[in-house]
Design a protein around this ligand. Structure first.
Ligand code: UDP
Length: 359
């Protein structure tokens, strides 16, 4: 029996882990034992529990309940607690996802104990070292033994850094997830009716990247852009807890009175709203791709993106955090071209990952 210790902690990691865990349980029962460690980085009910319930993710075996504090403090506490679990469980593999502090802590703890590390979503780069995620990704990749890349670009990024051993192109587990839940969301979610929205007649927005939320001038431009857009069409913004706090502190919520601000949405409601939006405006990595998967034009409020294929194929435009540029891009969204040659794989990334770990 192969024992895999999976480290998750943040919303996008729950979603990605759902795809891989499903394959382990349905096709590798009795051959792979997966233990989930939830670091606690995201802990609100609507940022954590709701995803475990809705996406059928096994209950975490370990809940470390570590959240808040500076990046260093959070990562340090996680490192210590994860190491304790690893010493007790002695897994064959440590499986990490994406680019959060939980990813880095899992990678470092395992590497120091000489436990092999497998990184899902390896090789992504924004080439902006001021992003905490970029630091986490580069360091996690450096100590990983298996690097599961979602795109050809990711493989090339690693090759440029001299990393080729253990690298494989498997496709994007988020694509697997989008295919699996696309119709489930259509039948189960009543989000459109609940929010009084009509198919194709609203803008869906998200904003949570530190480069936007922690820079008052950028957040102001974004808030005002969404307010401008809301004069002409419904604009729905499920607000990430960090963004909610800063919007309130900066007194921006009042200027955004026409924007429909809602709590973070459960996954099925979120992808239901994505599927019928006229345009999606976001700074999220996952949401940029979901827009692409669901054939919805995307406007990305960042200066660069890791998901360059969406831009190259004409489905996504980068506006930075300029009020004028955001409003202009949403008002005349890109006219998407073809979807290319499956840039995010064939929807079987999770199977390829588990097969590799089981060998
Ligand atoms: N998401 C969600 N509810 C929301 C906002 C986002 O379920 O209110 C989902 C979204 O569909 C995507 C994932 O969360 O699958 C993206 O996570 P996030 O934007 O937090 O992180 P990133 O992808 O930028 O790392």
């Amino acid at each position: 029996m192969i024992k895999i210790l999976t480290i998750v902690g943040a919303r996008p990691q729950f979603i990605k882990a759902a795809a891989v865990s499903r394959v382990i349980r349905s096709q590798y029962a009795g051959r792979i034992d997966e233990l989930l460690v939830h670091t606690g980085q995201h802990y609100d009910k609507n940022m954590s529990k709701v995803f475990f319930d809705e996406l059928d993710i096994p209950h975490p075996r370990f809940n470390l309940e570590i959240s808040g504090g500076s990046h260093g403090a959070m990562t340090g506490r996680m490192l210590e607690a994860i190491e304790t679990v690893m010493l007790a469980e002695k897994p064959d593999w440590v499986l990490i996802y994406g680019d959060t502090n939980s990813t880095l802590a899992g990678a470092l703890a395992a590497a120091k104990l000489h436990i092999p590390v497998a990184h899902v979503e390896a090789g992504l780069r924004s080439f902006n070292m001021r992003m905490p995620e970029e630091v986490n990704r580069i360091l996690a990749d450096r100590v990983s033994n298996r690097l599961f890349c979602p795109t050809e670009t990711a493989v090339e990024n690693l090759a440029r850094e001299g990393v080729t051993a253990g690298v494989s192109l498997v496709g994007d587990v988020m694509y697997d997830v989008s295919l699996y839940y696309r119709d489930v969301a259509r039948s189960r979610s009543d989000a459109l009716a609940r929010l009084g929205l009509e198919e194709g007649k609203y803008v869906l927005a998200t904003c949570h990247r530190a480069e936007n939320t922690d820079d008052p001038s950028r957040l102001r431009e974004i808030g005002l852009a969404l307010a401008d857009l809301a004069l002409n069409q419904p604009v729905v913004l499920p607000v990430h807890p960090r963004t909610a706090k800063i919007l309130a502190e900066q007194g921006l919520t009042a200027s955004m009175k026409d924007v429909t601000l809602v709590e973070p949405l459960p996954f099925l409601d979120m992808i239901r709203l994505e599927q019928s939006a006229r345009v999606i405006v976001t700074d999220s990595g996952g949401v940029q791709k979901e827009a692409f998967f669901y054939d919805v034009p995307c406007v990305t409020m960042r200066d660069e993106t890791e998901w360059v294929e969406t831009v190259e194929l004409g489905w996504n435009v980068l506006t930075g955090a300029s009020r004028e540029a955001i409003v202009a891009a949403v008002s005349a969204p890109v006219r998407p071209g073809s979807k290319g040659d499956d840039p995010y794989g064939d929807g079987a990334a999770a199977s390829k990952i588990v097969e590799s770990l089981s060998a």
